[in-house]
Design a protein around this ligand. Structure first.
Ligand SMILES: [Zn+2]
Length: 279
C-alpha cells in the first residue's frame, strides 16, 4: 500500500474518491489494501491488521460494506442500471459503522450513460462513502470524473511508453484507416511492435474501441470521445458490432495475460476481414 494512502487513512483525511491508474491487477491490489485499511479496527504500524472482523471479511470477500461493481476481469459492461443500484446502496448507512466502500474497476469500460451517472454521485458523495476507481489511464475517462478523484499512478516499469493520449488516439486512428489498404502479411507485422508493451497496447486498443464506437453514433449525438477532433469514418459497415466485440475481447485477453502476439494477429485479421473494401 502506498505510503501517502496509508497516512491519509491514519490521519482520517480520506477523500471521497480515489482513481488508481495503471495495470489492472496492480490497481485492484492497491484498492483492496486501501479498503481493508479504511475499515480495520486494529491498525498496525504498517497497515491493516489482517485479523479483526473487518479484515477477515475483506479477505473472505464477504464484507457487507465493501461492494464491487461488475466482474473483476471486466467481462461485463457496467450499465446505468448498476449505477442506479449503487446510488441506492450508497444512500443507506454502512452496516458496521465504518466506511461504505465501492470498488469500481476499469471505469474506461463503462457506457457513457453509466459514466455520467457515476459523475453525479462523485459530485455529491454521501458522507461515509469512499469510491475506489481504477483505469488503465486517466486520459481514457471523462475529465470531469478524473477531476473529482484523487489520482494515483501505479508504476508499471515499462520502457517506451507513449506519454500522450492524443498520440495514442492518432496512432489508433491511422491504424484503423489504413486497414482497407493494408495486406494481410503486413498486418501480421503489427503485433511485433507491441511485444513487451502490454499496458501500452491496452491503451491503444481502448482508443480503437472508442473510435469505432463513436463512428457509429447517429449524427448529432454526443460522442464518447472527448478528443473530438480525432475521428474516423464508419469503416466496418454492418460488421461494426462484430468489430467492437472483437476489440473488447482482445482487451480482456490482454488483461488476462493471454499471448499478446496471437491475440493481436487474430484481431487484425478479423478487422481486416470486416472492414469495407472502399472505406
Ligand atoms: Zn484489521
Amino acid at each position: 500500500m502506498q505510503n501517502a494512502l496509508w497516512q491519509a487513512v491514519q490521519k482520517k483525511q480520506v477523500s471521497h474518491a480515489y482513481l488508481f491508474c495503471g495495470p489492472a491487477e496492480l490497481c485492484q491490489k492497491e484498492a483492496y489494501a486501501m479498503a481493508a485499511a479504511l475499515n480495520c479496527s486494529n491498525w498496525q504500524t504498517d497497515g491493516p491488521c489482517g485479523k479483526c472482523r473487518s479484515c477477515k471479511q475483506m479477505a473472505n470477500g464477504n464484507h457487507p460494506d465493501f461492494m464491487v461493481l461488475g466482474t473483476l476481469d471486466g467481462k461485463q459492461k457496467i450499465s446505468i442500471e448498476q449505477i442506479r443500484q449503487l446510488k441506492q446502496k450508497a444512500a443507506l448507512r454502512s452496516y458496521q459503522a465504518g466506511y461504505q466502500i465501492f470498488f469500481l474497476p476499469m471505469v474506461e469500460n463503462f457506457t457513457l450513460q453509466a459514466a455520467n451517472s457515476l459523475l453525479q454521485i462523485l459530485e455529491e458523495p454521501p458522507s461515509g462513502t469512499v469510491f475506489l476507481l481504477t483505469a488503465a489511464h486517466e486520459d481514457l475517462l471523462l475529465p470531469t470524473i478524473v477531476s473529482r478523484c484523487q489520482v494515483l499512478h501505479l508504476a508499471e516499469g515499462e520502457e517506451g511508453r507513449l506519454e500522450d493520449s492524443r498520440e495514442i488516439f492518432l496512432a489508433a486512428r491511422d491504424f484503423l484507416q489504413s486497414m482497407p489498404h493494408t495486406n494481410e502479411a503486413l498486418l501480421l507485422q503489427w503485433s511485433k511492435n507491441w511485444e513487451g508493451k502490454n499496458s501500452e497496447c491496452l491503451r491503444f486498443l481502448t482508443a480503437m474501441l472508442y473510435l469505432i464506437r463513436d463512428s457509429y453514433l447517429p449524427q448529432g449525438s454526443p460522442k464518447e470521445l472527448f478528443l473530438a477532433e480525432i475521428a474516423i469514418p464508419p469503416l466496418f459497415g454492418e460488421n461494426a458490432a462484430f468489430a467492437v466485440a472483437e476489440v473488447e475481447k482482445s482487451i480482456q485477453y490482454l488483461q488476462k495475460q493471454v499471448n499478446l502476439k496471437m491475440t493481436l494477429d487474430v484481431l487484425a485479421l478479423h478487422l481486416k476481414q470486416w472492414c469495407l473494401p472502399n472505406a
